[in-house]
Design a protein around this ligand. Structure first.
Ligand code: DON
Length: 561
């Protein structure tokens, strides 16, 4: 009894001292906040809430404002996932992921010898899945919206007409991709021009498309003038998407993945994203270890997290795909005894080998550019949304007449078992191409509760590194007592089973730690040019205020009131 009381008081004391340590360093607001990849989009989302709109109205506004201000990922030619938590505690998820066109076939990216044709799944008209973004926005608006759609679109259309100022990051991004954009779209296309910091890019064609959508609603994109123009544009590029594909597209409300980690309750995206299942597996595998004692980015912390990631990604690549097409062993993969067993061969002395790990034994089972935004409104409704064209500027194919890029999401399917995609991820039959099927994703929009109250809204782009970046952001706050902004800024690392290496953000990790890991048999990759994640998150502070974490790695921005 005495022991229990002592333990309890120690717990209370340590909780208290932890809370004290948590001094916010990001933007703090009283009521509402949007954190997104561009200040223009965050501002528009906030303006909608100031006009009386809720987090769902703000979602539609922010998503479409990103389509204007962040064209490399913000989109109406792509798709995404949303996880929500209403002020009353109800949670849910929306899948507006692209689908394979009806003419798609399992071997469509293979040559006569069965080899993957380089570039066909990433930079051709065949690379695009049927876009889901507008179906998603209208589904959210229908279920939860409070302002009329044309009122929500008003500031977005105004932004497209007025134009967006090029930042240093955007200049860099556009110049990196200029040659391929030029090759794909010819010299007169909007993005074939040279833009410098401070230039304003205006989007009259996109403004006109959005105006028609504001007037005619969802059907404008899926069987109206926009649909017809889009299909004839893609036909001209040799693609096979048809009007029937657009007409048949629909977004889907899904039951999210929910699980606990110590005293946190986590809600994240369910299949066809692997995000929630992987996050659940990883967090359950690391739960028994005392990460806070091991220290942030300490050798032992990196080992435990890496080994859990290795095992979860092996299962991801082996078992997961679109639940509407394949029977997924979700219950089996999330079974606590199974998860415990997966870590039973882990040792602090020596790295496991991915070649020895493989997929887990499931009883009875046969068988790069994205963007994330987080929103909390004044009533406490929260949405966590990740949306994407897949790669930077998607397939690079820009429809000048309609004013948007097309995704290259078909590359997220497994074109051939074992052959890695853009993100080095491999797959199996579960994620093979079929007409109308959704490709497996890593997007992990996530909401965390503590003591039945909203605690954190978090997510990120980053392809395969999405899951591990979301994981580290949650751990940084919860285990390592960082503020929201510090948690987002902190250097990140990543392991995805194959290739068997840990990727570190360059020049950010302690050399001695890296040396220790090398000596234990880990392969260290510090040469990755891509950043690992670009997190946008909101933390609910103990006094009920909100702290934003807008990733310093790019132009991300927190706004609120
Ligand atoms: O759905 C997925 O997992 C990928 N299409 C996401 C791509 C991505 O995050 C690119 N961002 N840097």
């Amino acid at each position: 009894m005495k022991k229990t009381i002592l333990l309890l008081s120690l717990l209370v004391l340590s909780c208290k001292s932890n809370e004290k340590l948590l001094v916010p360093t990001g933007l703090v607001t009283n009521k509402a906040m949007v954190v997104s990849a561009r200040s223009e989009a965050s501002e528009i989302g906030v303006a909608i809430m100031k006009k009386g709109g809720n987090a769902f109205d703000a979602m539609v506004a922010t998503e479409l404002a990103l389509a204007v201000s962040y064209p490399q990922a913000g989109n109406i030619g792509g798709g995404g996932f949303m996880v929500f938590r209403k002020a009353n505690g109800d949670t849910g998820a929306l899948d507006y992921r692209e689908k394979a066109p009806l003419a798609a076939t399992k071997d469509m990216f293979l040559d006569q010898n069965g080899n993957v044709i380089p570039g066909k799944s990433t930079a051709t008209a065949f690379a695009s899945g049927v876009p889901g973004t507008l179906a998603g926005m209208f589904a959210v608006h229908k279920k939860f919206g409070s302002l009329p759609i044309n009122k929500i679109l008003e500031p977005v259309i105004a932004l497209a007409k007025k134009g967006v100022v090029v930042t240093e990051n955007q200049e860099k991004s556009l110049s990196t991709y200029r040659e391929v954009l030029l090759k794909e779209n010819g010299p007169n296309s909007l993005f074939s021009k040279v833009y410098k910091v401070g230039d304003t890019i205006k989007y009259p064609a996109l403004a006109a498309t959005l105006e028609r959508i504001a007037t005619n609603g969802r059907s404008e994109f899926y069987n109206g003038e926009t649909a017809q123009k889009l299909i004839s544009f893609l036909k001209g590029k040799g693609g096979s998407m048809t009007l029937e594909d657009l007409e048949k597209y629909d977004s889907k409300w899904r039951t999210p993945i929910t699980f606990s980690y110590k005293d946190l309750e986590i809600t994240s995206m369910s299949p066809p994203s692997s995000g929630g299942i992987c996050l659940d597996q990883i967090m359950k595998m690391i739960e028994p270890f005392d990460l806070s004692t091991f220290g942030h980015n300490g050798t032992k912390s990196i080992q435990v997290i890496t080994e859990a990631e290795r095992r979860a990604y092996a299962d991801r690549n082996s078992f997961l795909g679109d639940p509407d097409f394949v029977k997924l062993p979700v219950k089996e993969l999330l079974d606590s005894i199974y998860i415990q067993k997966r870590m039973s061969n882990f040792s602090f002395d020596k790295a496991s080998k991915s070649s020895d790990i493989g997929k887990g034994k499931i009883p009875g089972y046969e068988s790069k550019e994205t963007t994330h935004y987080s929103i909390v409104d004044a009533d406490g409704n929260a949405v966590s949304v990740t949306t994407t064209l897949n790669d930077h500027y998607g397939s690079k194919i820009y429809c000048d007449e309609l004013g948007f890029f097309l995704n290259n999401q078909m590359d997220d399917f497994s074109a051939k078992p074992g052959v890695p995609n853009l993100y080095g991820l491999t797959g199996t039959e579960a994620n093979s191409i079929a007409p109308g099927k959704r490709m497996l994703s890593s997007m992990t929009p996530t909401i965390v509760e503590k003591g039945k109250k909203l605690f954190m809204v978090v997510g990120t782009p980053g392809g395969s590194t999405i899951i591990t970046s979301v994981l580290q952001t949650i751990l940084n706050v919860y285990e390592y007592k960082m503020s929201m902004q510090e948690a987002v800024n902190a250097p990140r690392f990543h392991h995805q089973w194959l290739p068997d290496e840990i990727t570190f953000e360059p020049n950010s990790f302690d050399k001695k730690t890296l040396e220790e890991l090398k000596n234990k048999g880990y392969k260290i990759n510090e040469n990755n040019k891509e950043i690992i994640g670009q997190v946008d998150a909101i933390l609910i502070l103990s006094d009920g205020k909100l702290e934003g974490g807008a990733d310093k790695r790019a132009d991300n921005s927190a706004k609120g009131f």
